[in-house]
Design a protein around this ligand. Sequence first.
Ligand SMILES: N[C@@H](CCC(=O)N[C@@H](CS)C(=O)NCC(=O)O)C(=O)O
Length: 210
Amino acid sequence: MIDLYNWHTSNGRKLFIMLEELGDDYNTHVINIGKDDQFAPEFTVINPNGKIPAMIDQDGPGGEPFSLFESGAMLMYLADKYGKFLPPVDDVQNRYTTIQWLMFQMGGVGPMFGQAHHFRRAKTQVEYGIGRYTKESRRLWGVLDGHLAGNEYMHVDYSIADMAIYPWTARYEWQGVALEEFPNVKRWFETIGARPAVAKAMGINLSEAV
Ligand SMILES: N[C@@H](CCC(=O)N[C@@H](CS)C(=O)NCC(=O)O)C(=O)O
């Protein structure tokens, strides 16, 4: 059984999507980041960085509990454990191209869109921050649109790269983006969003659980 420590943000939703896609039972432990639960000692033993998501696989390697944080690492671990949504180690090119797009999300889409959300929605409007992160977010949308012009998914089949990017694109309005401006992302966005597991994961609201 997977114990998931989470909140319903874009990074958190990646893990809800993956676990809903896998279809196995999992326990969600609510970490309300608006109430600073992420800094409670009970949580920082699991993630010393004080951020969601994190997890403990009670049936980890050797049947022992295995604790993990960083959403990209968690997605890769679960993909390998279940043998789904990431090509296997002997399919080197497809595996690493999928990981490449996952890392594009972890190092680019997540941090840059996150800063755009922060500056564009802040009470104190800082023109420089709004301009810098809106421009960079829109540039990343352009990269995605160019890539998806010739690809149905981020790489070959639906994978953890799609799961990682989707919840961030779902906040397009917070990034100053209209979906119609990026028609290839829009087509992909609608395909991913139509998956029942994705729709269920995107509808989770943990504030209703506390
Ligand atoms: N690189 C980390 C980022 C995690 C992250 O930034 N989580 C946010 C929510 S989306 C968080 O916990 N924020 C609370 C805080 O910064 O205090 C990952 O992908 O897991």
